[in-house]
Design a protein around this ligand. Structure first.
Ligand code: FMN
Length: 188
């Protein structure tokens, strides 16, 4: 048995105050009652739009270092990607671009539960596929992925209402928990 608490850091790839992806991340974090959890808000990491010229001019903003530090200090990451025009939101992509200029190990070799949701029936599958292929290059060890389709039909009052989808996520969370306990960044 591990006596120390894990630190699970979550974020949604959205800067919307009503983000459905944020609600999904909060739901997943609720399963980690015995651990320290933190849900980041991308609005706290808003930076000028990345450009090489701007980087030359201002250097890398402290908020990019802070985001990276939050990831590295965690020993597991849970995120849910919002899909805009089949890809990342501009808010998330800007953070990714700035952080990648520090180095590409953004997620600190952490185990990751990668999710996505949207109001449509594909549940953000396009952005999920993009993140799934790229995040391992950014220091994420993706343990499980989960897409929640048709958010407004399947999620109400902070919970997944469709039993099959709920069971799928909860069983993936169990497998994720076990890989945190046995992984490289386990707290012993
Ligand atoms: C500019 C824009 C583009 C969008 N493109 C897509 C898309 O390609 N696929 C999709 O499933 N939903 C798309 N949506 C709908 C988003 O999935 C929906 O706004 C969702 O609430 C975003 O997640 P969030 O609430 O966590 O920000 C788009 C929404 C906006 C505003």
């Amino acid at each position: 048995m591990n006596s120390k608490k894990n630190r699970i850091t979550g974020f949604a790839g959205s800067n919307s105050s009503q983000s459905i992806n944020r609600k999904l991340v909060q739901y997943a974090l609720d399963s980690f009652k015995d651990d320290e959890t933190e849900l980041l808000d991308l609005n706290d990491f808003e930076m000028p739009l990345y450009s090489k010229d701007r980087e030359k001019e201002i250097g890398i903003p402290e908020k990019a270092h802070l985001f990276r530090r939050k990831m590295h200090e965690a020993n597991a990451v849970i995120c849910s990607m919002a899909e805009n025009n089949r890809s990342y939101t501009a808010a998330f992509k800007n953070i990714l671009d700035w952080c990648s200029r520090i180095d590409l190990n953004i997620y600190g070799q952490n185990p990751m539960l990668l999710m996505s949701t949207s109001p449509g029936k594909y549940g953000g599958q396009n952005v999920m596929n993009t993140a799934k292929s790229f995040f391992p290059k950014c220091g994420a060890e993706i343990i499980e992925t989960f897409s929640l389709p048709s958010f407004y039909e399947n999620f109400k009052e902070g919970k997944i209402t469709d039993e099959a989808l709920k069971d799928e996520l909860l069983s993936k969370i169990e497998s994720f928990k076990s890989s945190i306990q046995h992984g490289k960044k386990a707290k012993n």
